[in-house]
Design a protein around this ligand. Structure first.
Ligand SMILES: C[S@@+](CC[C@H](N)C(=O)[O-])C[C@H]1O[C@@H](n2cnc3c(N)ncnc32)[C@H](O)[C@@H]1O
Length: 230
């Protein structure tokens, strides 16, 4: 029933998509466009990973670029499809609470399966990261190195879990976009800022080159992995 009530989002999404495509006026749309220009120009091959997909706004933007550029990137959607987990400790803040952004997998599929995106081109990985991002998952999905990673899961705890899991897929030239780098009033001890800093301290073989700012809260980085391109 809940899905049926949300079904109009699917039609709405198609109309919004058409409008956005011709006039890339949203910051995330421009950011993703720049990212794929960078990836194409540098001949970087890999897959698209998004952590926090909700109703597929940025997921569709990535697909539009992949399709337009004729790239082979497979798209992976990592989400609970039940909204944010309960927030505790450093994740408590004015913007986020448990259950916010709840959207079922069926409703997500309705939103993104437009403009030629078929099920053979994308894979949802369902569940809270704490339980879904396992070692076993690595052999269950044919994920290649990451070309673009879009982090939109809002919380420090979620971003930390995502980072621990993606480590083997990072290559020099992987672009990481944080949709919410400057939320929590820009507090460097919260959210994505803290997760990235701690990851870089823990794994010194990686460095993260400041790249583009986008919107009021977004920031992107270029991964450098010591030892070259792989
Ligand atoms: C702001 S929404 C994403 C918006 C989406 N990128 C878009 O453009 O429509 C945040 C998403 O992160 C997901 N999320 C956050 N923390 C999570 C966790 N620990 N495990 C699974 N999903 C999580 C939520 O379910 C929610 O769908």
């Amino acid at each position: 029933m809940r899905d049926l009530l949300r079904a109009p989002w699917s039609l709405f999404s198609v109309l919004v998509d058409r409008a956005i495509e011709s006039r890339a006026h949203f910051a995330y749309e421009r950011m993703i466009g720049h990212a794929y220009q960078f990836l194409n120009s540098n001949r970087i091959v890999g897959d698209y990973l998004e952590f926090g997909v909700y109703r597929g706004r940025t997921f569709r933007a990535a697909w539009r670029r992949i399709k337009k550029m004729g790239r082979a990137d497979h798209l992976y959607a990592f989400d609970s499809f039940e909204g944010l987990p309960e927030t505790t400790g450093v994740d408590v803040g004015p913007l986020f609470h448990g259950g916010k952004y709840a959207m079922s997998l069926a409703a997500f599929r309705q939103c993104v399966e437009i403009n030629g995106l078929t099920r053979s081109r994308y894979t949802p990985v369902v569940g809270y990261y704490e339980t879904s991002l396992t070692e076993a998952l690595r052999s269950e999905i044919p994920l290649r190195k990451a070309s673009l990673i879009y982090i939109d899961c809002d919380l420090y705890s979620s971003t930390k879990e995502a980072f621990e899991w993606i480590r083997p897929y990072l290559q020099t030239g992987t672009i990481i976009c944080f949709d919410d780098y400057f939320t929590f009033s820009g507090d460097a001890d919260k959210g994505g800022q803290r997760a990235l800093r701690e990851f870089a301290e823990k794994y010194p073989e990686f460095s993260f080159l400041d790249w583009l700012l986008f919107g009021w809260a977004g920031k992107s980085f270029i991964v450098n992995r010591r030892g070259g391109l792989s």
